[in-house]
Design a protein around this ligand. Sequence first.
Ligand code: ASP
Length: 329
Amino acid sequence: MKKVLLLTTGGTIASKPGENGLSPAIGSEELLTFVPELSEICRVETMQLYHLDSTNIGPRQWVGIAEAIRERCGDYDGFVITHGTDTMAYTAAALSYLIQNPDKPIVLTGSQKSIYNRDTDARNNLLRAFLYASSDQAWGVQLVFDSKVILGTRARKVRSKSFNAFSSIDYPETAVFRDMKLIPFLPKPAYRQPPRFDTKLDEKVFLLRLLPGMNGDIFDFLIPCYNGLIIEGFGMGGLPTLDKSLLKGLERWTRSGGLTVFSTQVQHEGSDLSIYEVGRVAKALPGVLEAHDMTPEAVVTKLMWALGQAAGQAEARRLFSTPVQFDLI
Ligand code: ASP
C-alpha cells in the first residue's frame, strides 16, 4: 500500500463557522476522520503546515510547502495538499516552478463548502485527491477538483460558488474520475532530469491591468518598488499609441532595469504581439517578454521564480521563456 503525506494549509475545506464568519479551524487529523474509506486506498500521515484562508497564502508559504515536500520526499509515494480555493491556482503554479521533474505526485485539493456542511464537495475532492496521489499513473503537480485532474500550470478558478470551480485553460485535463475510476488523458512524461527543488522567489513583481485611457505616470510609482512587471493588455496584447505617455513610461521603467512581460486580459488563446501595430510597438521595446498562452497565475509565479533564480536579466529572460510543465505551448 502506498504511503501519502497530507499537508494541510487551511481553506474552506478545513473551516468552521465562527462569530466573524468562516475560518480555518479543523486540524489535519480531524479532516481525515471524514474520509474513513481512505484506509483502503493508502497509508496516510499528516502534517498541519498552516491554518490560513488562502487569501493569506503567498510566496512565503509556497516556499514553505516546497521545503516541507523536499525534506520528506524520500519517505512518501505522494503528497496531498489541502488548500483554500481562492489562491490554489497560484500555489499550484508556484509549486510547478519550485519543484520541477518531481518523481512523486503533488496534488492540491480543497472545496467550495466546508467538510462540516451537509452538501459539501470536500469528501469527494479529498478522496479523489488521495486516489490520484496513490495511483501508478499519477505525476507532476496537479490540482484535483470536482473529478478533474488539472496541471498546476494550467489551472484557474473560474467559478466562485459552484463545485466545478476550476478549469484547465487552453490545455487538456490530465485525467478525470468517473465515479472512483481514474481515466488518464495525458501520460506521465519521461522526465530527463532528476527532481529539482528551488526556494528562491523574487516577490517584487507587479501586475498592471491596462484600462482604456490609462496614464503612464503609474510607472514612476512602480520603478522604485518592483523588478518585474506584467502588463495585461487587451485582445492579443499591446500598448496604446495615440497618447504616448504609457510608451514613454515603459521606456523609463525599462531603462531603470525593470523586466516586462506582455500578456492579455482575455482568458483563452493568449497574446500575440506580432499581429497589430499596437502589439509590434510593445514587442520592439528592448528585452520585453511575451506570456503567449500562459495563465496569469503561471505568468506571475514564473516571473517571481525566474527573477529569484537568475543572476541577471538575460538569465531571467531565458528561464521565463523556457517551457516548464506544459505552461507554454
Ligand atoms: N476563502 C477560502 C480560501 O480560499 C475559499 C475556499 O477555500 O473555497 O481559503
